[in-house]
Design a protein around this ligand. Structure first.
Ligand code: GLN
Ligand code: ZN
Length: 759
């Protein structure tokens, strides 16, 4: 049995965490030692079977395989090719080794995790060295092909392609000077040839090799590697047909390269990379290939304009040997099923499609392409009529738009930084090297229970409010005792720094089961931005006012910035992201102004996602940075010079965003710095000439930093910037830490700052 000569309509990948996060629960139980490996494997097998049969039953022409993962598909690929770092080599049990690489174990820290292109998915970075012995190792793709076969479904195994795998890898710590992962191209391609041969022998008709690295800017050398790899793979004996898939943007110069090789199929992202269509007619070699038109957006939650999607697929017909329809990328990035949602307003539901619904769209467009639109005219017409109805009913918020039109950069340019600094010194009277935290305090089990009880209606608003106030009072008291200079209210009322604001702003909807994998067992439920944004009423002001009423020290107001709110949401695709950002910025501006009026003298607007949203292509970056800066300044630019604006960024490599951080014009910027021992100050110190709070200890580690160590960090920082600009604070929020260690660490922080002041 083979999977046939034709791909048929398909999707490039499928979520794996389970419609009710079954995999998450099973893994966490296993990690905690509450269940055994057999139970975990059985949950996983059920999820795989349901995915395969469910997808087959939708009428897709071909179902992707090997899309399941216990943790991450890049890690799975590393295991398939034998790229296991030395420190894990001694672990013989495969599942144990996989989780050790993902999560670390005594004496063997986990592999580094980083963002999967411009998504919120994170993968584990493979580590390679000239001594890495690449060889076919784990047979997951083959095993799952057979398992699907037994369930009656013929699948197309998906693997990360060899060139993307190398481009995403990093040199292992013990790699010789000058070693680059791409040096391993030839041996790695040999391993892929062997893996393909095994799959071919088992009856696999098609495999999919993902090469999304080519949707970003690539060098000539990278393109040469791509050509070399696929020329070699295409020449392999006994192999299945190869579909090379790219996504998250246009493939540009990689299209002719792949077209010139002997691979049978090429999948293009015609949503994010629709511009590939402009030059497609000039490319030679496509007439011998199946071109898969990724016309249903796999990254967002909107229904597809079926006729427009069909037109894109049709445009490929004159140049391609055959055209098939697919999603633009794996559906890993969207929730499972819209039908599982009960609380969304109908006018929003009418615009949405989650993974299940997107598969139906793919099937319909595929039928229209191959059987003619008439064959599915009623479905197409009904979808178009609904879209028209939604468009007609969509109300723009005139007052938001008018306010934005009236508000130019001049309206939110603050006074000169030194003038502000003086006004703030007078207003706040802070010591040198002031001490503070990033916002959240440990979220105790009780707080989580109180929030859940309030959501479930078990306690009323008044009871909820009094419990949260009690917690705020406790946390303020704790900070007074510790001796911190700038206090926070601790964020007990927030489930999540983005969801909380989305729930309180008009224009956003939140889901019940719209979980999307972020990494491993961790999932997020991104809010859905569907309409113009406004703030119906103050959000954080009463909590902040209450906290400030308890102390003479300044209490920082705490908000999430426009870029971060958008980065962690599903966003509108009917207007530029920058326009949405300005709307969020305006809503936050109202909040900032109200906080100031309520007596809050320091306001922090967090932008941990500033770097994250940076476009993949260099040419798009400046425009992004411009609107990112603009929306932040809009949110913070309505206050007096004496009110101090802070921002917090969660990372320590700034590169291209240094200019933008300066552009934010915050009075104080706090960043991660402990792990790099203040190295970041080399970059930011001169580049961002205002207050800086390089984190002096890593909040992700349970270890309590002692006063000497913290003093050392502050002293190191003082080599870069003066004591009038330096702040003392942890790396990030404290919500995942325990309380005793938090108190101990902050007590040492205060002691260290005092030592530094006195010396
Ligand atoms: N204010 C937030 C907190 O302390 C910031 C979180 C973050 O940087 N991601 O939790
Ligand atoms: Zn942070």
């Amino acid at each position: 049995m083979t999977s046939g000569n034709r791909l048929g309509s398909t999707v490039l990948g499928w979520p794996r965490i389970g419609p009710r996060r079954e995999l998450k629960r099973a893994e966490e139980a296993f990690w905690a030692g509450r269940t055994g490996a057999d139970e975990l494997r059985s949950v996983a097998a059920d999820l795989r079977r349901d995915s395969w049969t469910g997808l087959r039953d939708t009428g897709l022409g071909q179902v992707p395989g090997n899309t399941f993962s216990f943790y991450d598909h890049v890690l799975d690929t590393a295991l398939a090719v034998g790229a296991v770092p030395e420190r894990f080599a001694g672990i013989t049990d495969p599942l144990e080794r996989l989780f050790a690489m993902a999560r670390g174990r005594e004496g063997a820290p986990a592999c580094e995790m980083t963002k999967w292109f411009d998504t919120n998915y994170h993968y584990l970075v493979p580590e390679l060295s000239s001594s890495t012995r690449l060889a076919p190792a784990d047979r997951k793709a083959l095993d799952e092909f057979r398992e699907a076969q037994r369930a009656g479904v013929v699948t197309r195994p998906v693997l990360v392609g060899p060139v993307t795998f190398l481009l995403l890898s990093k040199p292992a710590d013990d790699a010789p000077e000058g070693f680059r992962p791409l040096d391993l191209l030839d041996p790695l391609v040999e391993v892929y040839r062997d893996l393909l041969a095994e799959l071919g022998e088992a009856g696999v008709g098609w495999v999919q090799l993902d090469e999304p690295a080519f949707a970003a800017d690539r060098t000539k050398e990278d393109l040469d590697a791509l050509r070399r790899a696929y020329d070699r793979l295409a020449a392999a004996p006994r192999r299945p047909k190869v579909l090379v898939a790219s996504y998250f943007g246009e493939l540009g110069p990689a299209v002719p390269v792949l077209a010139s090789t002997g691979v049978e199929g090429l999948a293009l992202d015609l949503v994010a990379g629709a511009s590939d269509l402009d030059r497609i007619g000039e490319i030679e070699g496509l007439d011998r290939k199946t071109v898969v038109a990724g016309v249903v957006d796999g990254r967002n939650v909107w229904r597809t304009d079926l006729d427009a999607a069909l037109a894109k697929a049709e445009a490929l017909r004159p140049v391609a040997g055959r055209v098939e329809v697919s999603t633009s990328c794996s559906l890993l990035h969207v929730p499972y099923d819209l039908d599982a949602e009960t609380g969304l307003p109908q006018n929003v539901v009418d615009r949405l499609a989650f993974a299940r619904q997107k598969v139906d769209e793919v099937v319909l467009i595929g039928r229209a392409l191959h059987e003619g639109r008439d064959a599915v005219a009623s479905e197409f017409d009904a979808a178009a009529a609904l879209a028209e109805q939604v468009r007609a009913a969509a109300a723009q918020d005139g007052s938001v738009r008018r306010r934005l039109a009236d508000l130019g950069p001049d309206h939110y340019r603050r006074g000169a930084a030194d003038v502000r600094a003086k006004a703030q010194r007078d207003a706040l009277g802070l010591p040198q090297v002031p001490t503070t935290t990033i916002g959240s305090f440990p979220q105790t089990g009780q707080i989580r229970k109180d929030r859940a009880a309030h959501r479930a209606g078990e306690i009323d608003d008044a009871e909820y409010e009094s419990r949260m106030r009690a917690e705020i009072a406790r946390v303020v008291g704790m900070q007074e005792d510790i001796g911190l200079d700038v206090l926070v209210h601790g964020e007990p009322e927030r489930n999540d720094m983005v969801q909380y604001f989305a729930e309180n702003l008009d224009g956003f909807a939140t889901t019940e089961l719209g979980w999307v994998q972020s990494y491993g067992s961790r999932c997020v439920r991104p809010p859905i931005l569907h309409s113009d944004v406004s703030r119906p009423r103050p959000i954080t002001v009463e909590w902040a006012r209450y906290a400030q009423s308890l102390s003479d020290k300044p209490v920082k107001g705490m908000l999430t910035g426009p870029v971060t709110i958008l980065a962690w949401s599903f966003v509108r695709d009917d207007q530029p992201l920058g326009d949405s950002a300005r709307q969020v910025g305006l809503a936050l501006r109202d909040e900032v102004v109200d906080l100031e009026a309520a007596g809050i003298r320091i306001i922090q607007v967090d932008e941990p996602a500033l770097r994250e949203l940076l476009p993949l292509h260099e040419r798009d970056r400046q425009a992004y940075l411009d609107w990112a800066v603009d929306s932040f300044r809009m949110s913070t630019g309505g206050v007096a010079d004496s009110t101090q604006i802070h921002t917090h960024l969660c990372y320590s490599e700034f590169g291209e965003v240094v200019g933008a951080i300066d552009g934010l014009d915050a009075d104080v910027t706090t960043v991660e710095a402990a792990r790099s021992r203040m190295e970041v100050l080399g970059e930011l110190g001169p580049g961002v000439p205002r207050g800086l709070g390089p984190g002096v200890y890593d909040v992700h580690s349970p270890e309590i930093p002692d006063t000497d160590e913290l003093t050392g960090q502050l002293t190191a920082a003082l080599r870069h910037i003066g004591p009038d600009r330096l702040w003392a604070n942890p790396d990030c929020g404290l919500k995942t830490r325990g309380e005793p260690e938090t108190v101990a660490a902050l007590t040492n922080l205060v002691a260290a700052a005092r030592r530094v002041r006195e010396s």
